[in-house]
Design a protein around this ligand. Structure first.
Ligand code: ADP
Ligand code: MG
Length: 267
């Protein structure tokens, strides 16, 4: 895309009509001298499902936080179409407020934007139902399993109807069976709502199962090492997970990851 399409906005951000998120020459150097991200160019299409895959420390979280506007690049430009308003973030920890019920946790972003209580309640209940938690509105986080807490966290992210959903290793702490269920439910939500999804993971298998595109990152400094398409139809289910095509994509992406890690064995 020609440079001219990126229009600087007053706050230093840039806006582009064609991509959901656009990064140009983005670097992040922390005050202690660590270069976490170096010269990243990346354009993510509206409605896409993209995974950022790489070993721990390669700058995935730093990159995602900059896309969310939670941190500023040291150099380069980032544009999220529509601005910060339509962005939701899901962290690895569900970060629920222990003194609020599931419903009141999910209502929080709506109440913070001054939506009337009754409407916020109705929308939060709907979001909880969407993640399979109808009937758990009045449960407190301590009474919920890890998977259910993550579902509440996803409901809280989706209740604002974001255009862009950024997820930072949201399922890394869950057991495999729960993770598979949440992978399926996330894809169902994505197909229904068609937000743009950017999903950080260090699992090759998870990245291939979920995404249409896998961006492989390398460390020291964090950068993009490979960018691969997983051009397979949705809905994806157990049939895809056990198919030869899935295995072939996993092999290809594992190979790219090993290359990115310079032959280091990866965990
Ligand atoms: P990942 O999410 O891929 O594990 P991070 O983005 O968390 O990687 O970190 C990338 C690099 O930047 C690491 O070397 C990490 O130690 C460093 N880093 C992250 N946050 C900070 C910070 N606030 N200050 C200094 N260094 C940081
Ligand atoms: Mg991280």
């Amino acid at each position: 895309m020609p440079d001219g399409l990126l229009q600087p906005a007053p706050d230093g951000a840039v806006a582009t009509p064609t991509a959901a998120v656009e990064l140009r020459g983005v670097s992040k150097r922390f005050r202690n001298g660590t270069t976490a991200v170096s010269d990243v160019d990346l354009s993510i299409a509206h409605g896409d499902f993209v995974s950022l895959l790489g070993p721990s420390g390669c700058g995935k979280s730093t990159l995602l936080r900059m896309m969310a506007g939670l941190s500023q690049p040291s150099s380069g430009r980032i544009a999220a179409s529509g601005g910060a308003e339509g962005i939701s973030f899901v962290f690895q920890e569900p970060t629920l407020m222990p003194w609020r019920s599931a419903l009141r946790n999910v209502m929080l972003p709506l109440r913070l934007s001054h939506m009337a209580k009754s409407e916020a309640e109705a929308r939060a209940a709907e979001a909880l139902a969407q993640v399979g938690l109808a009937g758990f509105e009045n449960s407190y986080p301590r009474a919920l399993s890890g998977g259910m807490k993550m579902r509440v966290s996803i409901a809280r992210a989706l209740v604002t109807k974001p255009r862009l959903l950024l997820m930072d290793e949201p399922f890394a702490a869950l057991d495999e069976i729960t993770r598979f269920k949440l992978n399926n439910d996330l894809l169902t939500l994505w197909e229904a709502e068609r937000f743009t999804a950017i999903f950080v993971t260090h699992s090759v298998f998870e990245s291939v199962y979920l995404s249409r595109r896998v961006v492989v990152m390398a460390a020291r400094p964090g950068r993009i090492a490979a960018d691969l398409a997983v051009d397979e139809p949705y809905p994806r289910g157990e049939e895809f997970r056990t198919s030869a095509t899935y295995a072939a994509h996993c092999r290809e992406i594992s190979h790219a990851l090993s290359g990115a890690m310079g032959g280091e064995a990866h965990a």
